[in-house]
Design a protein around this ligand. Structure first.
Ligand SMILES: [Fe+2]
Length: 293
C-alpha cells in the first residue's frame, strides 16, 4: 500500500515570490527576509518526506468556476495541468507552470470518494490557480512531482459545513492508505486564517481577527477538531473576515492527518494577514530518522 509520508496545511499568500525573490533586497518589505527563511524551513518538511506524488487541495478563486456553476468538490484527472491565470501573473508575478498529473491516483481517488458518499465533480480541463501554485512555489518550487488536484468550494455560498470538510479529509486519508502502490504520497493543501478581501478590514495592521488566528493555529497544532467544530461556523467565520471560509481547507488537511498534534508549526504576522505553516507525519517523522543516521 502507498505511504502517506506528509500532510501540509498552509496559507497561500500570492505575493510571496514578488515580495522576496523578485524584489531587490533594498526595496523589499521589512518582513521579507524572515518570510523567506520561514518558507524555506517549511519547504524542508516536505523535502524530508521524500514524496513521489502530491495530492494538492485548493480552491478556484473565480478563475474557472463562477456562481452559475461552482462545483462543491472537484478532482482533476489529466496528464498535465497548466497553471497561473493572467491576473495572477499581472498582479502577483506568479510564474506559469505545467505540472504532470497522476491520472491513476486521480481515478482511484474519485472512485474511493464516490464509494464514501462524496459525489465529486471531475474535470479533464482544469487549469490551476494560486491556491495550488503558491504551495508549489513555497514547498516544491521545481514542480517536479505528479499531482492530483482537489478543489473545494470556500467561495460561492451555500458552502459545505466545516464538519463536511473534516469528513472529506478523513475519507481522502482512507483512500491514500488503501492505494495499491509502493509510492510515497504527500498531501499539500492551502487555505486561509482570518482574511478580508475587498472589505473595510483588508489593510489593517494585522489580519481582521487576530484572536481567531491565534486560536486557529492552536487548534490545528493540537489536532483539536472537537474545539474547531464546537466554535467554527459559517457565521463565526464571516465575523472574522469575509474570506475566512478558506479556513475550512485547513480543517480538511487536518482531516487527512487525523486528530493529531502537528510535527511542525510556524507562523508569520504579516501586516493584514497571518501566515501559518503546519506539517504532520502520519508515517513517522523523517527528520528524526535523518538525525539518527
Ligand atoms: Fe486565496
Amino acid at each position: 500500500m502507498a505511504t502517506l509520508s506528509a500532510v501540509l496545511a498552509t496559507t497561500h499568500h500570492p505575493f510571496f515570490l514578488k515580495a522576496t525573490e523578485l524584489t531587490p533586497p533594498e526595496e523589499q518589505m521589512p518582513q521579507a527576509p524572515e518570510w523567506k527563511r520561514k518558507v524555506e524551513a517549511y519547504r524542508e518538511t516536505l523535502t524530508a518526506a521524500e514524496p513521489d506524488i502530491l495530492v494538492m487541495v485548493g480552491a478556484d478563486h473565480f478563475h474557472q468556476f463562477f456562481h452559475d456553476n461552482y462545483p462543491t468538490f472537484l478532482i482533476g484527472k489529466q496528464p498535465t495541468y497548466d497553471a497561473t491565470y493572467y491576473n495572477e501573473e499581472r498582479e502577483f508575478s506568479i510564474p506559469r507552470y505545467v505540472l504532470d498529473g497522476h491520472e491513476e491516483l486521480s481515478g482511484f481517488m474519485l472512485q474511493g470518494l464516490l464509494d464514501r458518499g462524496f459525489d465529486f465533480s471531475v474535470s479533464h480541463e482544469l487549469k490551476l490557480d494560486h491556491s495550488i501554485i503558491c504551495p508549489i512555489i513555497t514547498t516544491r518550487p521545481d514542480g517536479d512531482l505528479p499531482v492530483v488536484p482537489i478543489y473545494t468550494n470556500i467561495f460561492a455560498p451555500p458552502l459545505p459545513s466545516p464538519k463536511r470538510f473534516w469528513d472529506l479529509g478523513r475519507a481522502i486519508r482512507e483512500i491514500i492508505d488503501e492505494y495499491p502502490s509502493d509510492k510515497r504520497i504527500a498531501a499539500v493543501g492551502s487555505g486561509h486564517l482570518s482574511l478580508e478581501l475587498g472589505g473595510p478590514r483588508q489593510f489593517g495592521e494585522t489580519g481582521p481577527d487576530p484572536v481567531f488566528d491565534r486560536q486557529a493555529i492552536e487548534w490545528l497544532s493540537n489536532g483539536d477538531i472537537d474545539s474547531i467544530l464546537a466554535n467554527v461556523t459559517h457565521e463565526s467565520m464571516s465575523g472574522s473576515g469575509n474570506a475566512t471560509h478558506g479556513f475550512m481547507d485547513l480543517i480538511l488537511m487536518m482531516g487527512i492527518a487525523g486528530p493529531e498534534k502537528a510535527a511542525y508549526v510556524d507562523d508569520l504576522d504579516l501586516f493584514h494577514t497571518m501566515e501559518a505553516y503546519f506539517t504532520w507525519y502520519p508515517s513517522g517523522d523523517p527528520r528524526e530518522r535523518t538525525a539518527s543516521r
